[in-house]
Design a protein around this ligand. Structure first.
Ligand code: G3P
Length: 218
């Protein structure tokens, strides 16, 4: 399964990259704004800075919502770097833009997906990735993991190549459940990825081994 980090913070991206487990990055306008980025030039430079840190795909989201503007933004973003995947919201204009950008050879990530119907349209339009939002569904009492599982099964049944990029991840448990249901990618804050390492038996076992090593070497 691919691990993407869901942040625009360059330090966190560099930390994840240094671990050797990072396959890509996803951003969105909220994550970009959180970094204090102002102005179109700074936004575009930030995406190229992210591409310099990580070797994998970098999702950069359009900020417009009409078809023509999304096409123009998508072409500009894709021209920044071959790693850029243009993130497009799952709307009527968005699906149309995904199809048109795909016809131009531009890869897309259909985002803000909350149903199997939306995921089906994203795949039919030729999106490279679909981003179902787990945490935001859980926040309203729905079952985000169940949606991801249903999308994975539907795509397998019809043979769609669109990769299921599980997003809006809030916990280690979300990551583990995505592993078990066969999501192609998870995108997560660094803290949930790092928390996969945590186990008290590992800590205790290492303490015992270090005590034994000290006996032998001191
Ligand atoms: O960046 C897409 C998605 O992962 C954001 O989800 O709910 O954490 O804002 P959320």
């Amino acid at each position: 399964m691919k691990f993407f980090i869901d942040t625009a913070n360059l330090a966190q991206i560099a930390e994840a990259e240094s671990m050797g487990i990072l396959d890509g990055v996803t951003t969105n306008p909220s994550l970009m704004a959180k970094e204090g980025i102002k102005g179109k030039d700074a936004i575009m430079k930030h995406y190229t800075d992210i591409c310099k840190i990580v070797n994998g795909d970098v999702s950069a989201e359009v900020m417009s919502s009409d078809y023509e503007s999304m096409i123009e933004e998508g072409k500009e973003l894709a021209a920044l770097d071959k790693q850029i995947v243009v993130k497009i919201p799952c709307t009527a204009d968005g699906i149309k833009a995904i199809k048109s950008l795909g016809d131009m050879g531009i890869r897309t990530n259909c985002t803000l997906v909350f149903s199997t119907g939306q995921a089906m349209l994203a795949a039919k339009a030729g999106a490279s990735y679909v981003s179902p939002f787990i945490g935001r569904l859980d926040d309203i009492g729905a079952n985000g993991i169940e949606l991801v599982s249903r999308i994975v099964n539907i795509y397998r049944y019809y043979g769609y190549q669109t990769e299921v990029l599980a997003a809006s991840i809030r916990s280690v448990q979300h990551i583990i459940q995505c592993m078990e249901i066969g999501a192609d990618v998870i995108t997560s804050p660094l803290k949930s990825i790092l928390a996969l390492l945590n186990h008290p038996l590992t800590d205790n076992g290492l303490k015992i081994f270090q005590e034994a090593a000290d006996q032998m070497t001191k």
